[in-house]
Design a binder for this molecule. Structure first.
Ligand code: ATP
Length: 224
């Protein structure tokens, strides 16, 4: 491993992925390039803590994520949350990754979030602890403002205090910084895809063909 790669951060990408789509895939791919990540670890949530139950169970969402990322050598899948009972919380997940036999204390970790997810961060369980465990990189998303003035005051304060413009700084510490990156704007959401499928309309070109085939094969998202 070259010294460059040895310091390159690992991206952590959690989500419900109900189902996974090209917005997720481009976010992870562009983050890897723009932030200089060694890899991106995808972690589908079992039962997300702060939202309604997903339409499809964790096993199916994990299978769809596996199909979606297949063949990309920079992506890896972490099945731990999807296989665990009870709600998924990000802080315990990061604490698990920090164990010596997983990533250890020194490797820079970068939690990847769309701006909509970041805006809700201050509602997460033990959210301030996140910054002891990882950096946070926030992707632009069509329809959501990129402006700390829209954030809850305590989150806006954390953002201002931790903000770094230079993505290269992420490799210099294991955790604690917040950065923002612009990705190809893709106005794609899992909500919209679920609605298309429920109405018998096509989700083609919004998500990988392999995932669409899986959805049809297992008759997912068609029932009320
Ligand atoms: P839903 O419509 O069910 O809320 P979603 O499309 O937002 O789902 P999630 O699985 O909730 O997908 O998102 C996982 C992560 O990916 C979140 O951090 C979210 O902000 C980000 N994300 C999802 N879609 C996009 C997109 N089109 N552009 C940028 N970020 C996105």
């Amino acid at each position: 491993m070259s010294p460059e790669t040895a310091k390159a951060p690992l991206g952590i990408f959690g989500g419900t992925f109900d189902p996974v789509h090209f917005g997720h895939l481009r976010l992870a791919e562009e983050a890897a390039d723009v932030l200089g990540l060694r890899r991106v670890r995808w972690i589908p949530a079992g039962q997300p803590a702060l939202r309604d139950l997903p339409r499809v169970g964790p096993r199916q969402r994990l299978d769809m994520a596996r199909l979606a990322i297949a063949g990309n050598p920079r992506f890896e899948l972490d099945p731990a949350e999807a296989g665990a009972p009870g709600p998924s919380y990000t802080v315990p997940t990061l604490e698990r990754l920090r164990r010596p036999e997983v990533c250890g204390a020194e490797m820079p970790l970068v939690l990847l979030l769309g701006i909509d997810a970041f805006a809700g961060l201050a509602g997460w369980h033990r959210w301030e602890r996140l910054f002891d465990l990882a950096h946070v990189a926030v992707a632009h998303r069509p329809g959501y403002p990129v402006d700390p003035g829209h954030l809850r005051p305590d989150l806006a304060a954390a953002f201002r205090q931790r903000f770094c413009e230079d993505h290269g700084e992420l490799a210099g510490a294991p955790a604690g910084r917040v950065t923002v990156f612009a990705m190809t704007p893709l106005d794609i959401s899992a909500t919209r895809i679920r609605s298309l499928l429920q109405n018998g309309e096509s989700p083609r070109y919004l998500m990988p063909e392999s995932v669409i085939a899986h959805i049809h094969q297992h008759r997912l998202y068609t029932e009320n």
